[in-house]
Design a protein around this ligand. Structure first.
Ligand code: ADP
Ligand code: MG
Length: 705
């Protein structure tokens, strides 16, 4: 253990007192320095004779790409950068480490007549790129020999800089224009929701040019000592512990949530916030989460594409900065058994180009002069959840979430919505009276009767953390989303199902019905999906099934919903995915799931053979232990073999799921039992105690524990 001291000299960084380190608090003038946006961009654009604010209108890519490129070049030059990359998000890119993104980095030089390098960046270079896309998942949409993949700039998310490299956010499509990435469908869904929302609003007398999703992503993760991470092949290769006896202490005392952040993690989090701050990523909130060594960051919300791009960067920065502090950052959904997993709450609202939040009843009534619009929009959203809860479930079917949903720590695999008693009552009255009253959020004043504590007011509505999709005042919060996910698909689905209901309402209003009647009818029909009770209660999934609302326990079955005729029709009509793309994505998600299980099973076999069995033999335990482990290992090997002989991807994923949730879980029980008997000095894998409770001031440099 002593040798770890030398292996992590970078730990010295954390030793510097805060006053000597640059943080986002004492360096607020650094904010946004590394993002080509706002004042930073404007000053370089001006030198090219371009107006301030040019980048706010995406049409610059058609009119001024060359001059913008020259401006980016001179900014990069001033910042010491000379490399450029198109940055894209291949399909199913929820990675266990930092959410995969694609990039090929090119130095920005050309050669002049004398053969000397000359720094240059042309408009066409930032606008479009062509690359070999053959090794990215495509679900059969393209044969390997037709490998061309095209990257085209996405001006809805800003250009940013890391180190010597300028990152151009792009989409990624095939030679035939089919989407090969996560972002293209999101942009299409964003457009669909804008088109249908503006259409519906206009029919109700409120004209706006554009509507777009605003999201805020709460990122949960673990920090574990890096030296112990290196003693866990499962964490390194798959992001989760496939075995491991629970530590004698867990969450019993509820003493982790929001408690003081230990100094090692704190120094790391401050550095992450500062790096993010420079890139214009507004990480606002930091705190400890429920599980030991679990933490969370939440940014100030913003437009969906930008937030998602930034979230991928946040995951990557957490990963990199953690290493500098002797820590490893785990963003997988369920890295530890019997300990809370990590989610990524997807808070979402719809904003207008005039800055109005359509989910804020007061703001909306003021801007539109109507009390009718809010209940109509809410009715449409309720309809969406009831009809298309299967798609919402599909969008969160990351492999890690199979262990998390419904385990009393995350909402169950039943898709309902919580509106709270106040809004529920309001909508109830609306649908029965068919008149729209003003919605006034109730609040109450609490007087504790203490002279020192002044009376204070609070919303009359409590929070609900057991619903997958609660309304929280001015936003919905999709709470069941997994921490490792690229949430593009999640937001593609939300925007699509909302667009579908807005279109359905608009069609009926155009046919002569009143908006109130349309909304009241939809509420009647879909009321069942509103559930304000305790989603963790065992009786709820049973009750939900009686109500006939979507409950899909298996992630694999939910993935198959992507290609259900109902859903293909929905996506095709909105122009989000064509049938080919739906089917290809189903394949990609299934393969991704099976691929994960293959890695996990192979890792487990290695660990049993190379660590658990030798330790058990060295400890000279009752021979039954060794026999049990050999048998368990053979069962996992047989399961893996069974996966390999199945040819179609749906059956393969089903076999994989069984292997993972049954065979591997049983094998784990055997290993964990052995771990409890082997003397500590003979056990060669890092224990839960080491991974979760090394919480001291020495951080990963502590050696005596
Ligand atoms: P909570 O205590 O509810 O978890 P947090 O502050 O941890 O609150 O996270 C809430 C997230 O929701 C933040 O990222 C915040 O910016 C975002 N958010 C707040 N209001 C909205 C809104 N109207 N639309 C979208 N996101 C929002
Ligand atoms: Mg939070």
């Amino acid at each position: 253990a002593r040798s770890s001291r030398a292996a992590y000299p970078a730990l010295a960084r954390t030793a510097a007192p805060l006053s000597q380190r640059r943080t986002f608090i004492n360096g607020s003038e650094d904010y946004g320095k590394h993002v080509f946006k706002g004042a930073v961009a404007d000053s370089y654009l001006a030198k090219q004779g371009l107006p301030a604010g040019l980048l706010d209108d995406p049409s610059w890519t058609r009119t001024s790409a060359d001059k913008v490129a020259a401006a980016v070049m001179s900014w990069a030059h001033d910042m010491g950068a000379g490399v450029i990359t198109h940055w894209f998000q291949p399909m199913a890119c929820n990675g266990v480490r930092h959410g995969m993104s694609g990039q090929v980095q090119n130095a920005m030089f050309v050669f002049d007549k004398d053969g000397k390098p000359k720094w240059e960046l042309e408009g066409k270079t930032i606008f479009q790129g062509e690359t070999d896309g053959s090794s990215f998942p495509n679900g059969g949409m393209r044969a390997t020999h037709t490998a061309g993949g095209y990257t085209i700039i996405d001006p809805t998310s800003p250009i940013f800089l890391r180190g010597d490299t300028v990152f151009i956010p792009t989409i990624f499509v095939s030679f035939y224009g089919d989407a090969l990435d996560e972002k293209t469908p999101l942009l299409r869904a964003t457009k669909a929701v804008s088109t249908q929302a503006t259409r519906l609003l206009k029919l109700m007398g409120y004209s706006v040019d554009k509507v777009f999703p605003n999201i805020g992503l709460e990122q949960e993760f673990f920090f574990v000592p890096r030296k112990d991470y290196y003693r866990r092949p499962d964490l390194q290769l798959t992001g989760r512990t496939i075995m491991g006896k629970n530590a004698p202490r867990g969450q019993e005392m509820s003493d982790h949530y929001m408690s003081a952040i230990n100094p090692v993690a704190m120094a790391c989090m401050q550095e992450i916030q500062h790096e993010c701050f420079m890139m214009g990523i507004p990480l606002k909130t930091r705190h400890r989460e429920v599980a030991p060594n679990q933490y969370e960051f939440a940014p100030f919300f913003g437009t969906a594409t930008t937030q998602i791009d930034q979230n991928l960067v946040v995951m990557q920065i957490c990963d990199e900065v953690a290493a500098r502090h002797g820590l490893a950052c785990l963003a997988q959904e369920k890295p530890f058994k019997d300990v809370n997993g990590s989610g990524k709450h997807n808070n979402i609202s719809l904003g207008t180009n005039t800055g109005v939040n359509l989910l804020n009843p007061k703001q909306l009534a003021k801007a539109s002069g109507s009390h009718e619009i809010f209940p109509v929009l809410m009715a449409a959203m309720v309809r969406s959840v009831d009809l298309h809860g299967d798609l919402m479930r599909m969008a969160i079917a990351s492999p890690g979430n199979d262990f998390r949903l419904g385990a009393m720590e995350a909402p169950p695999a039943v898709i309902s919505t919580y509106l709270g008693d106040d809004i529920t009552q309001y909508l109830e009255e609306f649908k029965s009276t068919k008149t729209a009253k003003e919605y006034v959020a109730a609040s109450k004043v609490v007087d504790l009767g203490l002279e020192e504590i002044a009376p204070f007011s609070m919303p009359a509505e409590d929070r609900n953390r057991t619903s997958p999709f609660p309304y929280g005042g001015h936003r919905f919060e999709f709470r069941a989303v997994g921490s490792s996910q690229n949430v593009s698909l999640v937001n593609t689905v939300l925007c699509s199902i909302w667009a579908d209901s807005f279109a359905y309402f608009a069609d009926q209003i155009e046919a002569g019905k009143s908006p109130v009647d349309v909304a009241a009818e939809a509420l009647d029909k879909h009321w069942r999906v509103i559930f304000n009770g305790n989603g963790y209660d065992e009786s709820w999934p049973i009750e939900a099934e009686k109500r006939g609302i979507w409950r899909i326990d298996s992630g694999v079955e939910s993935i198959l919903r992507f290609s259900d005729p109902k859903n293909i029709a929905l996506f095709e009509k909105l122009g989000v995915f064509n049938e080919k793309e739906c089917k290809a994505r189903t394949e990609v998600l299934l393969d991704h799931y099976s691929g994960f299980v293959e890695m996990e099973a192979a890792t487990m076999i290695d660990m049993m053979k190379q660590h658990v069995l030798p330790a058990v033999l060295a400890a000279d335990l009752d021979p039954k232990y060794a026999a049990d482990i050999r048998a368990a290992c053979a069962a996992v090997e047989a399961g893996l073999h069974k996966m390999h002989v199945v040819s179609d991807s749906a059956s393969k994923a089903r076999v994989a799921r069984e292997l993972r949730l049954e065979t591997m879980d049983q094998a784990r029980t055997v290993c964990d039992k052995a771990e409890g008997e082997v003397p500590a000095d003979l056990w060669t894998l890092a224990t839960y105690k080491e991974l979760l409770f090394l919480d001291s001031h020495q951080g990963s440099d502590a050696t005596d524990y």
